[in-house]
Design a protein around this ligand. Structure first.
Ligand code: PLP
Length: 396
């Protein structure tokens, strides 16, 4: 086994997905607050478009960078939503945003390059950076500051070896985000210090408080930005494996070669449906968005009723990241991992341990996805609460 491949780490949310399947096989009626995917199927008009594409025989290979008509639709989508100036050849369609993240780092990381990543963070950044011989440099987000990004902390982490600043906003797993002013400050900082910015904005349509300003709104983005987004979350298309990146054409060209080596091209009939998804707009999404907001509020209310739990109200995404330090002490658990497994098999409730998210900040936390209907949130949290109370009683 190569040293290099041993540096890669899988996203443990997927391991818990399998564990949940085992719990269900044992007959448990599991309420899963685990993996981050919307709980409704892809909207009908998108599924129908895929069926039509299949019936038309769109089942073969396509260009490695994606179908030209979808690249064009993505450019139009970004430009119309955010007033940017992206052209289709500056877009690559990838097999999920994850492949865009991989290909982006592949294009820019040299051995020894330092990469600034928030702590906690979505796991792929750290894994891929290490794999490529880069050095992840965690910058802590602090719970007592509502997990907010601090421009000063990021500035302090810059050294002569820093190559890339990774941004992810709205942020998985904390639900925090960057204000437009912070985006501007960070982009100025990156330009001043000669850093590349890889910005993962896959939750841009899941923002409940505030306004989203993409990094592509900087007129000089081509000089220093790789923007990542995808279809998985907004359009509930996680299984379709479609994402995209935007960057200077020279980077996109190399990302296409990387994609070509990994998977040749993204699935063609799925891309036809993705074009339909963009062109038919998000009117259908409005009630879902309102529902997510309500779910957030209900979840925060329910979490606050559990002994030993405190939680920051997320501004975006469909995640909350409660602190369970006191709960662990009250129940006698040493780690959140152990608690999560017992809770799953004893009560049929899946939560993720904060340690599923690099680096250190999540040790005494859980990630709870609110991709569950309100009544199930109430039921799942009631089960969790009763379980915690019984553990406290047992311990006494
Ligand atoms: N980026 C972030 C921050 C995510 O949370 C996820 C999925 O959970 C992804 C990227 C990957 O998305 P995709 O399904 O498009 O690969």
């Amino acid at each position: 086994m190569t040293k290099r491949v041993l540096e890669l780490k899988g996203e443990s949310a997927f391991a818990y997905l399998e564990l949940t399947a085992k719990a269900r096989e044992k007959g448990l009626d599991v309420i899963s607050f685990g993996i981050g995917q919307p709980d409704f199927v892809t909207p009908k008009h998108i599924r129908e478009a895929a069926k039509r594409a299949l019936d038309k025989g769109i089942t073969g290979y396509g260009p490695s960078g994606g179908l030209p008509e979808l690249r064009e639709a993505v450019a139009t989508w970004i430009n119309e939503n955010y007033g940017c100036d992206v052209s289709p050849e500056e877009v690559i369609i990838t097999a999920g945003a994850k492949a865009a993240i991989f290909a982006a780092f592949l294009c820019v990381i040299y051995e020894g390059d330092e990469v600034i990543i928030s702590d906690p963070s979505y796991p792929a950044y750290e894994s891929v950076v290490r794999f490529l011989g880069g050095v992840p440099k965690p910058v802590p987000l602090r719970e007592e500051e509502d997990w907010a990004f601090k421009v000063e902390d990021i500035e302090r982490a810059i050294t002569p070896k820093t190559k890339v600043l990774v941004l992810n906003y709205p942020h998985n797993p904390t639900g925090t985000t960057l204000t437009p002013q912070q985006v501007e400050e960070l982009l100025s900082l990156a330009k001043e210090r000669g850093l590349l910015v890889i910005s993962d904005e896959i939750y841009d349509f899941f923002l409940y408080d505030g306004v989203h300003k993409p990094v592509l709104s900087d007129p000089s983005w081509r000089d220093f930005v790789i923007y990542v987004n995808g279809f998985s979350k907004t359009f509930s298309m996680t299984g379709w494996r479609l994402g995209y990146a935007v960057a200077d054409r020279r980077i996109i060209e190399r990302m296409e070669v990387a994609a070509n080596n990994m998977y040749s091209c993204p699935p063609t009939f799925a891309q036809v449906a993705a074009k339909e998804a963009l062109e038919s707009g998000l009117d259908w999404f409005k009630p879902f968005f309102e529902d997510y907001k309500r779910r957030r509020d209900v979840l925060i209310e329910e979490l606050s009723r559990i002994p030993g739990v405190s939680v920051v109200r997320p501004k975006g995404t469909f995640y909350s990241f409660p602190n369970v330090d006191k709960l662990l002490k009250l129940t006698g658990y040493e780690t959140a991992e152990k608690l999560v497994v017992d809770l799953l098999f004893e009560k049929g409730v899946l939560l993720l341990p904060g340690t599923a998210f690099p680096f250190e900040a999540g040790r005494r936390h859980l990630r709870v996805s609110f991709t569950v209907p309100v009544n199930k949130i109430r039921e799942g949290m009631a089960r969790f609460r009763e379980w915690v109370k019984s553990k406290i009683r047992e311990g006494k």
